[in-house]
Design a protein around this ligand. Structure first.
Ligand code: IMP
Ligand code: MG
Length: 174
């Protein structure tokens, strides 16, 4: 099966917005350090670019949660496939996601890091599909609000494909 991908957010626009988010985070955490939790694999491109634009000291660690598998519909269930290597206790955590959709992943993870005694927990997602929210999750940093299309590129996949596209595009599944 072959799909077509239509550009929605070009590379330059993503880069510009990531710089703005980095500046905002640097201001908000002035005099502190931040612990970025990157949710694999989708957020990896975004988290690394974002980390480069943050001027306060940054620790970065990676975690993998259950994903959609090969379909495009959330199961609503969140499982940890790979946990962090580092402890979060006493740290200012920012969870970095590629996209918030139902909200299940970020809802689960923010509670998890509070239980692990993080000093604070904030949530950052490059993309926000607000129309699809099932759980109310207060977001701290959002790159772009996007409509309910299945999106790929810049880390986001469709069946493990297209993560390497430098832009974010809409998959035409027909
Ligand atoms: P949530 O738990 O429903 O908020 O789902 C978040 C996860 O679903 C993201 O980290 C993505 O891995 C995946 N996801 C949601 N929408 C899309 C999309 O349009 N393209 C690719 N992955 C998506
Ligand atoms: Mg993901």
């Amino acid at each position: 099966m072959s799909e077509k991908v239509k550009v929605m957010l070009p590379e330059e626009e993503i880069d510009h917005r990531v710089r703005e988010l980095g500046e905002q985070i640097s201001q908000d955490y002035a005099g502190e350090s931040v612990f970025l939790v990157c949710i694999l694999k989708g957020a990896s491109f975004f988290a690394c670019d974002l980390a480069k634009r943050i001027t306060v000291p940054v620790t970065i660690d990676f975690m993998a949660t259950s994903s959609y598998g090969s379909g495009t519909v959330s199961s609503g269930e969140v499982k940890i496939k790979k946990d962090l290597d580092l402890p979060v206790a006493g740290r200012h955590v920012i969870i970095v996601e590629d996209i918030i959709d139902s909200g299940n992943t970020l809802h689960y993870l923010s509670n998890l890091f509070r239980d692990r005694n993080a000093k604070s927990v904030k949530l950052c997602a490059l993309l926000d599909k607000a129309d699809r929210r099932e759980v109310d999750v207060p977001m701290d940093y959002i790159g772009f609000s996007v409509p309910d299309f299945f999106l790929v590129g810049y880390g986001l996949d469709y069946d493990q494909k297209y993560r390497n596209l430098p832009y974010i595009g809409i998959v035409d599944l027909d």
